[in-house]
Design a protein around this ligand. Structure first.
Ligand code: SF4
Length: 206
């Protein structure tokens, strides 16, 4: 992505009171995350292939923090639901994004809301990790990206029986397994220090 586009994105987000921080390498990102973690602090995460591929989950598991790890192999359904609620009281919450527009808006899609809700309210600090493949021009392109790229891939990953798994495109289904129940658009915040976007050059997640 060109330096001009990144600058445009940075300015647009700043107008919405959201800081964009750019990282040239995954190592730089890891160093930043290690610095913001405080010993004993509680850290939650939203489901994100980007975070997984960038090694963020591994970093958290190996840090001196209380990691609300929803990926533990022996976790029960009740424990996971409690963890989703505990996320609201976390010191830090990490998530990916589904699209980031050059107009400075952050788009996310969620099936049960456990990811988008704590992004909006609860944790003291929120870091949204985004790779440059999620950047789009505007609202229309963001929804197009979510419906016809991100959601069908995610539905397939989750083994859902939704039409997009077969067609690769959104069919606006009414399936009980539909993963597109909650769309959120973040276009500003009261506390300019709370949500920050951490941008990494590359093609991570979907
Ligand atoms: S609304 Fe249904 S068909 Fe469309 S992307 Fe979501 S799950 Fe797939």
């Amino acid at each position: 992505m060109s330096a001009e586009k990144i600058e445009q994105l940075k300015k647009s987000l700043k107008k919405n009171r959201i800081e964009l921080m750019c990282f040239c390498s995954t190592g730089q990102l890891a160093d930043f995350i290690s610095d913001v973690l405080k010993p004993g602090g509680t850290v939650g995460v939203g489901d994100s292939k980007t975070l997984e591929q960038l090694g963020v989950y591994s970093l958290l598991r190996n840090s001196d923090i209380r990691f609300l790890d929803k990926y533990k192999t022996d976790i029960t359904k009740d424990e996971k639901e409690k963890l989703y609620r505990d996320n609201f009281f976390a010191d830090i919450f990490f998530s990916g994004v589904n699209a980031l527009s050059l107009e400075g808006k952050i788009f996310n899609l969620d099936g049960n809301g456990s990811r988008v809700a704590p992004i909006i309210f609860g944790p003291k600090r929120v870091f949204l990790v985004c790779s440059t493949n999620k950047i789009v021009e505007n609202d229309v392109a963001a929804i197009e990206r979510i419906k016809n790229i991100a959601a069908p891939i995610d539905a397939r990953r989750l083994n859902k029986k939704t039409p997009c798994v077969k067609t690769g495109r959104c069919m606006d289904c009414k399936s009980s397994e539909k993963i597109c129940n909650y769309y959120t658009v973040i276009q500003g915040q009261f506390d300019a220090q709370r949500i920050k976007v951490l941008l990494v050059e590359g093609n991570y997640g979907f």
